[in-house]
Design a protein around this ligand. Structure first.
Ligand code: 5RP
Length: 310
């Protein structure tokens, strides 16, 4: 009622259909999604893409090296649907994709694995999609907590492994990026806190009991740091961290199958036989690439920053 008294709502001139026109990957047109900054003086203005801070530590530099090398080799102009993983290495992935320029990115759609990567995509002014619109992904790039010699890996340190596994499975090519600390032989060596397991909340005590019985006596519910109570995943579930001894961890596929059989489990942070390659940035500025067929490649010359085309 009060709106009617105030008179008709006139859209701001910057909201004209033309200024918001955005071409879909399939050639249609719809309003360009944007998260504008509103200022009283100018109305809607486009925010600048936030810069990823330049690494100040060896570990951060190694993450960036792995991410940039993987993007240069696997995100090619013909790739239109791209899965973006979670964690602290992934901002460097997005940074390198953005640096490929607006022209190549305008026909691409980016699928996030959780809240963090959704924010990254939106803030980088890339087109956001979801896996239920795009169940076939060209390439997914994601971080890892630890990777063994067969490219099996532990994921879920950030609690996103359910969506991460869906996007890994939906992708033609699934690539891991990490720093040298994650390059391992037996899982659980450098990431001893345990396999992240997403569970439906009401079943967590029963599942903890099951996990204790199958070889993880110290399996425990992941507790939040700045909130009383457990960590709640992007899907509203709880996370259990289940450490297993090396003799069990040395056969990750069997372990994955055993855990997945427990009722109430949503997803297990063990990714077996999924990745095509894993890129590890090293302390000396080189990159080690482990391929799914057992090849190991060393790249001595790190990628140089591309000229920012956006
Ligand atoms: O699986 C993940 C989140 O669920 C991350 O990819 C994993 O924790 C690696 O993160 P980072 O790049 O920060 O080491």
């Amino acid at each position: 009622m009060s709106l009617m008294l105030a008179g008709p709502i006139v859209p701001h001139p910057s909201l004209s259909t033309h200024s918001l026109a955005w071409r879909t990957p399939t050639g249609g047109v719809y309003p360009k999604p944007r998260r504008p900054t509103l200022t009283a003086a100018t109305g809607l203005v486009e925010a600048a893409i936030p810069k990823v801070p330049t690494p100040t530590s060896v570990v951060e530099a190694a993450k960036r090296l792995a991410a940039w090398t993987a993007v240069d080799r696997h995100i090619l102009p013909e790739h239109k649907v791209i899965g973006i993983g979670s964690g602290s290495t992934v901002p460097y992935v997005v940074e390198r994709i953005v640096a490929q320029g607006k022209e190549v990115n305008k026909d691409r759609v980016f699928i996030p694995t959780g809240f963090q990567s959704k924010e990254l995509i939106v803030k980088s002014q890339l087109l956001l999609g979801d896996v239920d619109q795009y169940p076939m992904i060209d390439v997914t790039i994601d971080g890892a907590d630890e990777v063994d010699h067969d490219l099996n890996c532990i994921k879920g340190g950030g609690g996103c492994h359910l969506r991460e596994k869906v996007l890994a499975e939906a992708a033609d090519t699934f690539i891991l990026v990490a720093d040298y600390r994650k390059n391992s032989t037996i899982l659980g060596t450098s990431f001893p806190q345990g396999i992240p397991i997403e569970v439906v909340p009401f079943a967590y005590t029963k599942i903890l009991q099951n996990l204790h019985l199958i070889g993880s006596p110290n399996a425990s519910l992941r507790m939040a740091k700045a909130k009383a109570g457990p960590v709640v995943s992007d899907n509203g579930n709880f996370i259990i961290d289940a450490p297993f001894p090396p003799e069990i961890m040395s056969d990750p596929y069997t372990l994955l199958s055993r855990i997945k059989m427990l009722t109430g489990i949503v997803e297990v942070g063990l990714f077996c036989h999924m990745a095509k390659a894993a890129y590890f940035g090293n302390q000396d500025g080189s990159v080690t690439i482990k391929w799914h067929d057992g090849r190991v490649e060393q790249v001595q010359k790190p990628p140089t920053p591309v000229v920012d085309k956006h």
